[in-house]
Write a protein that binds this ligand. Structure first.
Ligand code: PMP
Length: 395
């Protein structure tokens, strides 16, 4: 058995393709936060985008990207550490620190790399990384890379967290890690309780706010939503969602950020965020600041859809954010529901184990009009009927 034998025996994706039930790597010609066009010309209502504020296609953002590419080039062709640092990166760091209310920020090339850099840069043998059971894959990978002892506590369960900390000989050498908004369930982390436990044990808390930043608390994210930004020493961000671009950041105290500048390998050994990405995030940030109606609109659209989906009889789990899962009993029914929705002109994401228990991951944006939401709900109602044989009512 060679390393490559597993590829030969991997048939799951091929079988799904053959059965017309393969939901991944679909091609889009255009990718809006309200509607999108699939290659081949079909328009769909987009209920599966992370472009929560509709900024990825905002002309001010795309123009900032184009201008930066013309001025600085298409890439920075090296690590920021050596030869790829731009005034744009430094400027973005200052603006992020100001906006999110932290002393300093470090910009990395993706959110994934921000998590890798922060966790593996700060933790090592002899330390413990204690992750929420639902923490994002990048946080798990980061913890494993760090060579610290990796443990889990039950989702949002501070009693379990406390008992795990109690068993450690040096609980203060622990990094407690969770998402701000959980990316598959759409629920919030129990930040007040987590912060209280971390304080009691002198453990350090890291919150990955990929899905809260730009959305909650007029864009300032989950920690600001709870009024607890000062209580969270490390916050990580991504720019691939509400900020409509690509990139990531770590926010924290000056000394910590300076340490990471010299110890985060995903920063030091990978090229810096491109000029166009960095400039587009700067522009997106200034729009988030000045156009707070976008945050209100995304929350209102999601609230409306959550209520209506529940009224149709769907199980939307514990969602209270723009991410609204629709729990389906098994993998096959999930793929079937995904396909039926697409046939109704509604695009959602199918999530399967090991990423999550089977579900459709739906998400909502500020760009969806009443008409988009009505069309989507008509599709959800029709599919509910097809799946259960019970007629559903749409208001
Ligand atoms: N953290 C969370 C919670 C995420 O959902 C994601 C992206 N799915 C990331 C980190 C990684 O972000 P990026 O796309 O910038 O690598």
């Amino acid at each position: 058995m060679s390393i490559l034998s597993k590829c030969e025996s991997y048939t799951r994706a091929r079988e799904a393709r053959e059965n017309g039930l393969y939901p991944y790597f679909l091609n889009f010609d255009s990718h809006g936060a309200g509607t999108a066009r699939l290659t081949g010309g079909r328009d769909v209502v987009m209920c599966g985008s992370n472009d929560y504020l509709g900024l990825s296609t905002d002309p001010r953002v795309t123009e900032a990207a184009a201008t930066a590419a013309r001025r600085y080039g298409a890439g920075c062709t090296g690590s920021r550490f050596l030869n790829g640092n731009l005034d744009l990166h430094d400027h973005l760091e200052q603006e992020l620190a100001k906006f999110f209310g932290k002393p300093a920020a470090l910009v990395l090339t993706t959110g994934y790399q921000a998590n890798l850099g922060a966790i593996s840069g700060l933790c090592g043998p002899g330390d413990t990384v204690l992750l929420d059971k639902e923490a994002h894959a990048s946080l798990i990978d980061a913890a494993r890379l760090s060579r610290a002892d990796v443990q889990w506590f039950a989702h949002n369960d501070t009693i379990d967290l406390t008992s795990k900390l109690d068993r450690l000989s040096q609980p203060s050498r622990t990094l407690v890690v969770g998402d701000g908004v959980y990316s598959m369930e759409g629920d919030l982390c129990s930040l007040p309780e987590l912060a209280r436990v971390c304080r009691a044990y002198d453990a350090t808390l890291l919150v990955d706010d990929a899905h809260g930043a730009g959305v909650l608390a007029e864009g300032r994210g989950t920690c600001a939503h709870y009024g607890l930004t000062d209580e969270v020493p490390l916050i990580t961000l991504t720019f691939s969602k509400a900020f409509g671009s690509i990139g990531g950041a770590v926010l924290g105290d000056e000394q910590v950020i300076d340490y990471l500048r010299h110890h985060a390998r995903s920063l030091m050994f990978s090229a810096g965020a491109s000029p166009s990405n960095t400039a587009s995030v700067l522009e997106a940030l200034s729009i988030v600041r000045s156009e707070t109606w976008r945050c209100d609109a995304v929350v209102a659209n999601a609230d409306h859809m959550r209520q209506e989906l529940m009224a149709l009889g769907y199980d939307v789990g514990a969602s209270c954010t723009p991410i609204v899962p629709i729990k389906i009993r098994d993998e096959l029914s999930t793929l079937l529901a995904w396909k039926l929705l697409l046939a109704q002109g509604v695009y959602v994401n199918a999530a399967l184990p090991p990423a999550a228990t089977p579900r459709l991951r739906t998400s909502y944006t500020a760009m969806q009009t009443d008409d988009h939401l009505r069309r989507a709900l008509a599709g959800f109602a029709a599919v509910r009927e097809q799946l259960s044989g019970t007629p559903a009512r749409v208001t």
